[in-house]
Design a protein around this ligand. Sequence first.
Ligand code: HEC
Length: 300
Amino acid sequence: MSTNYNDDKCCSMWKKILTTSFWVIYPIMGVCFLHVLWLMNDRMDNIMVNSNEIFEKPEPFKDIEGPLRGNVIKGVDIALLKTPSEEMIAKGAKLYASKCVTCHGSTGDNGTLPNARKFGKDPFKNGRELSNVFKTITTGIAAGGMPPFDTETAEDRIALAHHIRSYSKLSPKVTDEDIKKLDKEYSVTVDKGAPHQIPIAMSIEILVEESNVKSLNVSKLLDRLHIDDGKSAEFLKSVSNNLKNTLISFNNSKVWKTDYSSFVKFISVNIQSSGLQSKMLVMEKAKLDKLHKYLVELYK
Ligand code: HEC
């Protein structure tokens, strides 16, 4: 009995604690919760701003303004290969400072990359001749971590090669043989043509226009075929799983028009993409011949 009494007392005490805490703890928790919400809302702006800063916007792509006529990139003057002009020496130093200095250092011997060649002290794997240094700059040394610079113009690479050679007295004089070797391999003295260019937007316009004309043509043909109930038209409809694709593939090429054998060859090469059934490959010659003539007429 006495235990029961104690139990009752204990229970009512817990009940009391719980009820009081309901009115004390829950409001406090509620206030904390609201406070956290308010803080989060406040920080949200910062988070958004920061993430904008982290993901830097890339520079917008600049298209050329209008059509450009192709021009000629002049080959390098032979005299400059042998003895570089002051202009060329200055150019070499400038290019070196922007493209090579991080690995090879400002003096050519104090690069940050430990295994990058020290031009004044280290022996060269590929040799110090102008042609060899030019080759190293052009192709790089993939295994050793030296990147290729083949997108620089030949003149810029020559300027760089002269600059690298100037770091050491060990660099041999430029000989006629060496120039010949360099020119034979890389045609550095030959003028090179740069092609005509048009802006991307303009080229897209032209492509869209071309494809519009083509699809117009195909839809016209499709209409014609639908109302044509001649033998050849019916035959074509019966051997194609996708008439539109069939018409498009014949529309995109002219080779099949030439003669019967080009027609058969065209069909066998394009059997998948043209939507034609594979039984076309074993069709009698007379039927194919008729179809060929019909299509030539259709695509006139
Ligand atoms: C990313 C670092 C890096 C950059 C940038 C770099 N190089 Fe190097 N370069 C190297 C390393 C590494 C080697 C040594 C490769 C090896 O031992 O195989 C090297 C070697 C060379 C050699 C010696 C090749 C030989 O025959 O031993 C030449 C010459 C050279 N670099 C020129 C240049 C020039 C010119 C530029 C700038 C246009 C340049 N490098 C930019 C890392 C670099």
